[in-house]
Design a protein around this ligand. Structure first.
Ligand code: HEC
Length: 256
């Protein structure tokens, strides 16, 4: 009784393709995709010139990315002194504590609890104004800070600033490119994957910025996710441009 209605009542939705678009739409899509492509290349050039040689070597490398977010946590004057000329005033175990503290960013709380007692005991005889020697004053945090300047990379605060701008901006661009790309005629699984990819890539990329602050190994994730973003945009743009201008509607020969 109930199932007698005709299925034809709701006609199947035929997705629009580029060959269904008007010339005006094609012009709009083409100019947007071309400009977005140029903008992306410009972003790459900017990235290259701002990362190039962070680690002192030419070219953009994993080390550059790691150093940008994680910083270069060895090479404070205090650490090199402890490993070099001052090594004789401290035993290895205590030195390791100080090095550990330096690598964690030399926070003041731990200084008072762990570091000051060690320095007071072994170093302050010479390293205080009272000694009269013109050498770093290690009797207080301010003085120690002078030789404990650790480079911990971009600050969390500026990372948050840059990442929210990137998330908004890139989400919008990915959305716009995806809106055009949905008219492409492709196997569904491929089109769906390629539509999702830029969003997943940018999320992973930005999450990895924060992870790299914590462990430099995630610099690889930053680079791979960034590469995936570029690759998926390039594919979406090239496929769209090609189909806008070259794909003709296949004339269906009705079967008998
Ligand atoms: C017997 C005195 C003496 C003691 C003890 C001593 N130092 Fe020094 N320290 C010096 C002198 C002198 C210099 C400057 C000459 C030099 O750099 O070798 C110096 C230099 C330094 C410098 C500056 C290096 C630079 O980059 O210019 C640091 C950092 C330092 N000491 C750390 C320490 C630490 C940490 C301890 C304790 C583990 C310590 N020192 C113990 C005498 C001392």
């Amino acid at each position: 009784m109930k199932k007698n209605r005709q299925i034809e009542a709701s006609p199947a939705i035929v997705p629009r393709r580029f060959y269904n678009c008007t010339l005006n739409e094609k012009l709009l899509y083409t100019s947007f995709l071309l400009l977005a492509g140029v903008a992306y290349l410009m972003a790459l050039a900017y990235l290259y010139t701002s990362y190039d040689g962070i680690d002192g070597k030419p070219g953009l490398s994993v080390e550059d990315v790691a150093e940008n977010y994680y910083g270069n946590r060895s090479g404070t004057r205090l650490e090199s002194a402890l490993r070099g000329p001052m090594a004789g005033y401290i035993d290895i175990e205590h030195r390791n504590h100080i090095v550990q503290w330096l690598k964690s960013g030399a926070p003041e709380a731990d200084y008072n609890r762990l570091i000051k007692p060690m320095l007071d005991e072994r170093c302050v005889v010479c390293h205080s104004p009272a000694s009269g020697m013109k050498i770093p004053d290690l009797s207080n945090y301010e003085g120690v800070k002078q030789v404990a300047n650790v480079d911990t990379g971009v600050s969390l605060h500026s990372l948050m600033k840059v990442s929210h701008i990137h998330l908004f901006g890139i989400a919008l661009v990915a959305f716009a490119i995806g809106l055009v790309f949905r008219f492409a005629l492709l196997p569904l699984w491929f089109q769906n994957t390629l539509t999702l990819l830029p969003f997943i890539a940018i999320f992973t990329d930005i999450a990895a910025w924060f992870l790299t602050k914590w462990d430099p190994i995630y610099a690889y994730t930053v680079i791979i996710a960034g590469g995936l973003l570029g690759l998926s945009w390039a594919l979406q743009i090239v496929i769209s441009l090609y189909q806008i201008w070259f794909l003709r509607c296949r004339v269906e020969v009705p079967e008998k």
